[in-house]
Design a protein around this ligand. Structure first.
Ligand SMILES: NC(=O)c1ccc[n+]([C@@H]2O[C@H](COP(=O)([O-])OP(=O)(O)OC[C@H]3O[C@@H](n4cnc5c(N)ncnc54)[C@H](OP(=O)(O)O)[C@@H]3O)[C@@H](O)[C@H]2O)c1
Length: 258
């Protein structure tokens, strides 16, 4: 089937090169409704992701940017807005998961979590909302928070606090941007299989045991796969959610029921 490229809506996905972000890109590309820009810091991973996803260069492209650095964010945004006339969607998905409670969380780790998980979504929304406001069909901002942003995880203090603040950023922006027909919603996944968990486990077997143990404890009996999160993203991007803003959708296999 041929795609009418004129009608594709441009969507920026941060952290689109791996895990949940990669799956979001894959599923959105398959709808043939969107033109995607993937942003993350690792150029090789982004290039590999583009290769795996396929699609033509006017359907999908990438930009390298370290979200800890506001100058790099500014440069990346200049590149994106120079090549894409209008931006319809922003999916703030990039994130880091530093472990540590009150005594073991270093200041640098706190600052890094706040920069990537919270400040970058704010800066990107601040820059892109005025462009979305010019669209006849408005815009969509989707923040990927976490169940840890609702139910504190004291083993990951900085992460929990950054994700809770991201929930509040969502709701606060939703109030201000509604007048411009921009919806701002948030998705809180529970545990999902992705590279974010790999650094904390010494072997594949240990990681699989961790997933199995965490999955069995959930009401739905298994951990999530990245594809379990993408339905919510597609919904918040679509016309079906046109009158929903400031919402916090939990996608967690029942984790918050425990
Ligand atoms: N997996 C879970 O259990 C789970 C649960 C709840 C919420 N989440 C949230 O889901 C989102 C996606 O995570 P994931 O599980 O898919 O893990 P992931 O595969 O590790 O993805 C994280 C993404 O963030 C990007 N990123 C990290 N630091 C960056 C930086 N300084 N600048 C630019 N990009 C940066 C990474 O890009 P590079 O590869 O280029 O570094 C990567 O693409 C995160 O916000 C995470 O908190 C995940």
């Amino acid at each position: 089937m041929s795609v009418d490229r004129k009608h594709l809506k441009t969507v920026l996905i941060t952290g689109g090169g791996s895990g949940i972000g990669f799956e979001i890109a894959k599923q959105l590309l398959a709808t043939q409704l969107y033109r995607l820009v993937l942003l993350s810091q690792n150029r090789q991973k982004l290039e590999a992701a583009l290769k795996m996803l396929g699609g033509s260069s006017d359907q999908i492209s990438s930009v390298t940017c370290d979200l800890r650095d506001s100058k790099q964010i500014k440069t990346a945004l200049e590149r994106i807005t120079a090549t894409h006339k209008g931006i319809y969607g922003l999916i703030n998905n990039a994130g880091i998961y530093p472990l540590g409670g009150i005594s073991s969380t270093r200041e640098a780790s706190w600052d890094e979590a706040m920069a990537i998980n919270l400040k970058a979504p704010f800066l990107l929304a601040q820059a892109l909302a005025p462009l979305m406001a010019k669209n006849s069909n408005g815009g969509r901002i989707i923040n990927i928070s976490s169940t840890a942003g609702i139910l504190p995880n004291h083993f990951a203090l900085a992460y929990s606090v950054s994700k809770a603040a991201l929930v509040h950023l969502t709701r606060t922006l939703a109030k201000e941007l509604g007048k411009d027909n921009i919806t701002v919603n948030c998705i809180c996944p529970g545990i999902v299989r992705s590279p974010i968990h790999e650094t904390y486990h010494h072997s594949e077997t240990e990681l699989e045991e961790f997933y199995a143990k965490r999955g069995t404890a959930l009401p739905l009996g298994r951990i999530g796969e990245p594809a379990d999160v993408t339905g919510a993203v597609k919904f918040f991007l679509s016309e079906d959610s046109a009158w929903i803003t400031g919402d916090v959708l939990v996608v967690d296999g029942g984790r918050l029921l425990l």
